[in-house]
Ligand binder design. Structure first.
Ligand SMILES: Cc1cc2nc3c(=O)[nH]c(=O)nc-3n(C[C@H](O)[C@H](O)[C@H](O)COP(=O)(O)O)c2cc1C
Length: 191
């Protein structure tokens, strides 16, 4: 059985450190046997969540597309950058829209509940975005997602990557890849 993993980054920055880390975790999932799709949140039509917008116009196209993507994948691999001690608005806004009822009245939360998830983060600071991970883990937990215990927070991330995008520290590469592999293994068990 093919396990499909959806990889999402909470930063839309061109040279995102979180994207580089996510790519390595995604490769770990691929090496274990997963099929990985990358969804770049900035490419989706996703206004900041607004209840009046939803009542008057329904879900924006980007939200519907993201819901369909989540439905089509068994697991979410998420890079969660840290802004002021928490997760980014870009990422939380996407989760909020995904959780809303779908056009056919079915539950958006049910799309996420029971699905495997894993978190990584990167930051130029010492903690590597750990606080963002803690916050995002609580959000995903509340939605019923099964977040694997393995995760990786890359501190001093601005100095951690070689020019080819790989991590200079091979032990860190092993651990980050292990997050992708662990996600694949749980999703396979759940399938
Ligand atoms: C508004 C803002 C707040 C930030 N707050 C934190 C923070 O609390 N902790 C931290 O480690 N880094 C913080 N940073 C630095 C980000 O971790 C850094 O910009 C990182 O490179 C963002 O991820 P990206 O490279 O994937 O875009 C902050 C950056 C911004 C723009």
């Amino acid at each position: 059985m093919v396990v499909k993993v959806l990889a999402i980054n909470g930063s839309s920055r061109r040279d995102s450190l979180n994207q580089k880390l996510l790519d390595i975790a995604a490769q770990g999932a691929r090496d274990a046997g997963a099929e990985v799709t990358q969804a770049r949140l900035a490419d989706f039509d996703l206004p900041i969540y607004d209840g009046d917008f939803e009542v008057e116009r329904g879900l924006p196209n980007g939200a519907r597309k993201l819901q369909a993507l989540v439905e089509a994948h068994q697991a979410l691999l998420i890079a969660t950058p840290e802004y002021n001690g928490g997760y980014t608005a870009l990422l939380k806004n996407a989760v909020d829209w995904i959780s809303r009822p779908r056009g056919d009245g079915s539950s958006g939360v049910a799309l996420l509940a029971g699905k495997a998830a894993a978190l990584v983060s990167a930051s130029p600071g010492q903690l590597g975005g750990l606080r963002s991970q803690t916050g995002m883990r609580a959000v995903l937990d509340k939605l019923g997602m099964l977040v694997i215990p393995q995760s990786f927070a890359l501190g001093m991330a601005h100095e951690a990557f070689a020019t080819d995008g790989q991590l200079k520290d091979s032990n860190a590469t092993r651990l980050v890849s292990g997050v992708g592999e662990g996600l694949y293994r749980l999703a396979l068990r759940l399938a």
